[in-house]
Design a protein around this ligand. Structure first.
Ligand code: ADP
Ligand code: 5GP
Length: 210
């Protein structure tokens, strides 16, 4: 049966830095078919192991500002002293291809998207406690003490916005959090709003009641 592709769903995922958002999103994108990650632009320096155009597209502040001024970013925000933004073109192309898309963005960016994509699905990831968050940031070994202090300082303000989201996942045991995250995505795929009518055999719809 020829299937016409419908637009993918947009999942907006926010969490305080260190909660495990990147770990969860990467694992899901590699295990679930038709799920893609939208690569953001940022002015922050790449961390050890990060690859340009895979983790982020790393650009300077001047080029970032230019993109923002030209309206090429559907949302952008300053986070921990660096600029981060989502390319309108990249996002539209991903959604038009029929794939579901994950946007890993901060709470300010999520609220900007909420005004434009009413049909987005908003997911907030919480660490089990502030002490765990601190531990994870320390163990990640990617940020200086000063960076960790800044990230923890901002965590409380971010966590307070969790009730603006549709789903909250507590990332304590990684496998459990992954299962919950996957369930949210799958539930959208089988929702009556998203199911492609062309997937339902024609004879079911034409058949007279017996
Ligand atoms: P974020 O993207 O939210 O800043 P990361 O995905 O980089 O967070 O995770 C922060 C650190 O915590 C990483 O070292 C990661 O391996 C670890 N981590 C993530 N989830 C868990 C978990 N459920 N249990 C233990 N450690 C975790
Ligand atoms: P990190 O530097 O730890 O990768 O990300 C810091 C914060 O920036 C995280 O909360 C992350 O979700 C957010 N972020 C990443 N990309 C974007 C983006 O395109 N827009 C916005 N608003 N935030 C982003």
């Amino acid at each position: 049966m020829q299937e016409k592709k419908s637009k993918g769903s947009l999942f907006i995922v926010s969490a305080p830095s260190g909660a495990g958002k990147t770990t969860l999103c990467r694992k899901l994108v590699s295990s679930l078919p038709n799920l893609q990650f939208s690569v953001s632009y940022t002015t922050r320096q790449p961390r050890k192991g990060e690859v340009n155009d895979r983790d982020y597209t790393f650009i300077n502040r001047q080029d970032f500002r230019l993109m923002a001024d030209k309206g090429e970013l559907i949302e952008w925000a300053e986070v921990h002293g660096a600029l981060y933004g989502t390319s309108r073109k990249r996002l539209e192309e991903l959604l038009d291809s029929g794939n579901d898309v994950i946007l890993d963005i901060d709470t300010q960016g999520a609220m900007q998207i909420k005004e434009k994509y009413k049909e987005g699905i908003y997911i907030f990831i919480l660490p089990p406690s502030l002490a765990t968050l601190k531990e994870r940031l320390k163990n990640r070994l990617t940020d200086s003490k000063e960076e960790i202090r800044k990230r923890l300082g901002r965590a409380i303000a971010e966590i307070k916005t969790f009730d603006k989201y549709d789903y909250v996942i507590i990332n304590d045991i990684l496998e459990d959090a992954l299962m919950e995250f996957e369930a949210v995505i799958i539930s959208q795929r089988v929702s009556i709003k998203k199911i492609n009518p062309l997937r339902i055999e024609e004879s079911f719809l034409k058949q007279e009641e017996m």
